[in-house]
Design a protein around this ligand. Sequence first.
Ligand SMILES: Nc1ncnc2c1ncn2[C@@H]1O[C@H](COP(=O)(O)OP(=O)(O)OP(=O)(O)O)[C@@H](O)[C@H]1O
Ligand SMILES: [Mg+2]
Length: 378
Amino acid sequence: MKVGNPFIITGKYVSNEYFCDREKEAAELVSNITNWRNTVLVSQRRMGKSGLIEHVFAMPEISKDYETFFVDIYDTANIEDFILLLGKEICTRLQSRGERLMEKFLMTANSIVASFSADPITGMPSIDLSLNGTNSAGRTMEQIFKFMENNVRPCIVAIDEFQQIADYHDGRKIIATLRKLVQNCKQTRFIFAGSNRRMMGQLFNSPSEPFFMSCTPLYLEAISLDKYAEFVEKHFENNGKHIEKQCIESAYKAYEGHTWYIQYIFNRIYENTAKGETANEQSVEIAVCNILDIFGHFFQEMLIAVSERQKSLLIALAKEGKVKNITGANFITDNKLKTASAVQGALKPLIENETITREDESYRITNRFFSIWLARRY
Ligand SMILES: Nc1ncnc2c1ncn2[C@@H]1O[C@H](COP(=O)(O)OP(=O)(O)OP(=O)(O)O)[C@@H](O)[C@H]1O
Ligand SMILES: [Mg+2]
């Protein structure tokens, strides 16, 4: 499939052609799968976890031999939502491989009721699931696992934003049940992905948690500059456009190679560069200005929603980029932030709602475009 702009930013995995590098990480994930290890995949937000999973699921050595299921549970609020989402993914995937397999699944997980209709917009057939209440959620989970364990092809289940389960009513109990089911699997493998490093760390590394040391960790860092530069050049040249090395390097460095942000910038630069033209360092600034203009309204709203103290903290953090000692005297006096306890008070809710990220002992604003916008504006 050929796309209009090779720098994809919608989050939908298209194909190997538009996916940069991740060779080592993909090999590690494949090795975990083929060697019967469950994986816990963690990275900062927007670094490429979901993309990596989809990329690995599309690799011939996986798609040929395994049944793969991928659910992003970010929007689920309870175990019933979780079951319906996983059930729908299983039905949809199996249906594409023949009605019989899907019927077998629905017979095994007999509390799940499926109804079929045509999507009112696309006209495509769609499946709606509900629970008939015959069995408890725990029993239905057992049935789903039983189906996967008895499937001819081994199954791989990727659960994205896994930390969400901890927020369910009875979250701890559900995690413990899930752990037991996972532990009893003989052929089904799991990938648990999440961006909330603190929560994921606690769930998988804390001795008091059910999943303690039960998975092999895979931490996703930025793609290297060399690999990313090669990827950018390839797509420009293949489409009759040119780009200076310096242009790639300066965008990459300004955003520390953070995948979605650099993809977004090159998506713009690609659009702004006509066939036969060469993008240069100035093209980065033009693209960033375009982007900040587009998001400006939205960023303004974000600022209106926070307290004055939080606003001052965000501006100070944006100006510094990254801060190690956030309650240190220097940061406080340089930015007129009053006291350490005022900073702590402002920081806590901003960490909780992920506006600020703590990474490797440093703090920064999670959304790098928001950070640049604040630093330029105030
Ligand atoms: N290797 C890659 N090559 C090119 N683009 C990529 C790559 N990995 C991710 N992307 C792009 O970067 C963006 C973010 O990727 P993805 O959604 O996989 O990140 P994530 O870590 O799952 O984010 P979140 O924490 O928000 O769930 C997407 O638009 C995706 O298309
Ligand atoms: Mg994701």
